[in-house]
Write a protein that binds this ligand. Structure first.
Ligand SMILES: Cc1cc2nc3c(=O)[nH]c(=O)nc-3n(C[C@H](O)[C@H](O)[C@H](O)COP(=O)(O)OP(=O)(O)OC[C@H]3O[C@@H](n4cnc5c(N)ncnc54)[C@H](O)[C@@H]3O)c2cc1C
Length: 381
């Protein structure tokens, strides 16, 4: 790892007037989360150095990737600045940094299946939809591919909801809100991230994969076994009591308040500073583990279900409440212009996006809760 310096920044600044990103030849917005070095110097002018990671390009090459130094400044400026970085005094170039500009199609022109609304049978996935990122491209490719295949087979489309998968959030964001800058999927964009966990990805998606013919029966059975075993383990904690004498030494060791009488283990395990290693000190738990021999994933799943059950349940209720709006469908090609009690902006946006459900309509920017009420009345609710 090395750093830029005030000297390096001064040298780079000399090239700003020749940079296509600065002199206006390139007008696009760069990806917010991976700014070029000139962008960083400009936007974070108070910093006198920036971190650079020097990453080998492979086992059998002396070529290094200078992570953190992406740039579209003129080659001579890059080279001079680079040689002024500590450790890079004798550096040689394979090729200079460069900027690329992409065009994209506004993704609001797509259906949830990623099929274009205008051209039947044409599906778009990846960077063409205004996203950036490997996973963003890969997941859209998967969804577009599945739906193209289903369409050819005249089967029902495959759509993941926002409370079922990050893919659901990604696709819904893109087609409902569009994007003005390279879109990245962040967990913070998902309102139901307590439900969308890595540890339950198999519970959420393996049955769907199996139905589509994309996951084997063996895989489905393994998932079902894991689910059953972890549910049984959770049930054990709910049903099994523990005496105060056995519980208190373990609780005290973890600065957790002592109990005065016998109680269910579930309540103790749910305490914030009590983990699986602590409850394993109870004879009944150790004996359960000895006789049932659950694997690591089952134990972890049970622990999550016990510790976060309150939060998970609350989130599930919220999602179910909203999914009622998800079930109220809006007829295709609905004409919003006639709904005078709705704001003009909402009517314009709704006409353009043509949401499929009331819930999708509510997520369009510029559509207010009162516009949604008007729509609900109109749909007879
Ligand atoms: C330098 C760089 C670094 C990046 N680093 C990261 C990173 O660290 N992490 C990350 O997540 N993302 C990164 N990205 C972004 C990520 O690589 C892209 O968003 C993603 O690969 C886009 O995938 P895609 O399949 O949509 O498009 P592409 O991978 O661009 O695929 C489009 C394909 O279509 C082909 N094609 C084009 N026109 C035609 C035609 N007329 N006929 C037939 N084929 C055609 C092209 O040759 C290409 O193979 C980086 C991008 C760049 C440029």
């Amino acid at each position: 790892m090395t750093y830029t310096s005030a000297l390096v920044h001064d040298l780079l600044r000399e090239g700003f007037d020749r940079s296509p990103m600065f002199n206006g030849r390139i007008k696009s917005l760069g990806p917010r989360y991976c700014p070029s070095i000139e962008d960083k110097i400009n936007r974070f002018a108070d910093k006198d150095r920036h971190q650079l990671f020097v990453e080998p390009e492979g086992w059998n090459t002396c070529e290094m990737y200078v992570n953190g130094f992406s740039t579209s400044l003129p080659e001579d400026v890059q080279f001079k600045a680079m040689r002024s970085i500590v450790g890079f005094e004798n550096v040689k170039f394979f090729r200079p940094g460069y900027a690329i500009e992409y065009d994209y199609f506004p993704p609001t022109q797509l259906k949830h299946t990623l099929e274009t609304k205008l051209i039947d049978g044409l599906f778009f996935a990846g960077q063409i939809n205004g996203t950036t990122g490997y996973e963003e491209a890969a997941s859209q490719g998967l969804m577009a591919g599945i739906n193209a295949a289903l369409k050819v087979q005249e089967k029902e489309p495959f759509i993941l909801r926002r409370d079922e998968a990050y893919i659901g959030v990604l696709v819904d964001d893109l087609i409902t809100k569009g994007t003005e800058e390279p879109y990245r999927m962040f967990t913070s964009r998902a309102e139901y991230r307590t439900l969308l966990r890595q540890d339950n990805a198999d519970f959420r998606l393996t049955p769907k994969g199996f139905d589509l013919g994309l996951a084997s029966e063996k895989r489905l059975r393994r998932m079902e076994e894991k689910r059953e075993q972890s549910e049984n383990f959770v049930q054990f904690f709910k049903e099994t009591s523990i005496s105060a004498e056995e519980a208190n030494p373990v609780l005290e060791a973890k600065d957790s308040a002592a109990v005065s009488q016998q109680g269910k283990m579930f309540k103790l395990f749910a305490r914030p500073n009590i983990g699986i290693e602590d409850v394993r000190k109870f004879e009944a738990v150790e004996s359960y583990i000895r006789s049932h021999n659950p694997d690591r994933e089952v134990i972890e799943q049970a622990e999550i279900q016990v510790k976060y059950s309150g939060y998970i349940e609350k989130e599930r209720n919220n999602a179910d409440k909203l999914s009622r709006l998800e079930n109220i469908k809006i007829p295709a090609n609905f004409d919003y212009s006639a709904l005078q009690s709705m704001s003009l902006e909402a009517r314009e946006k709704l006409n353009k996006i043509q949401p499929v459900t009331i819930s999708q309509a509510s997520r369009i920017s510029g559509v207010s809760p009162s516009d949604v009420s008007v729509l609900l009345v109109y749909m007879g609710r």
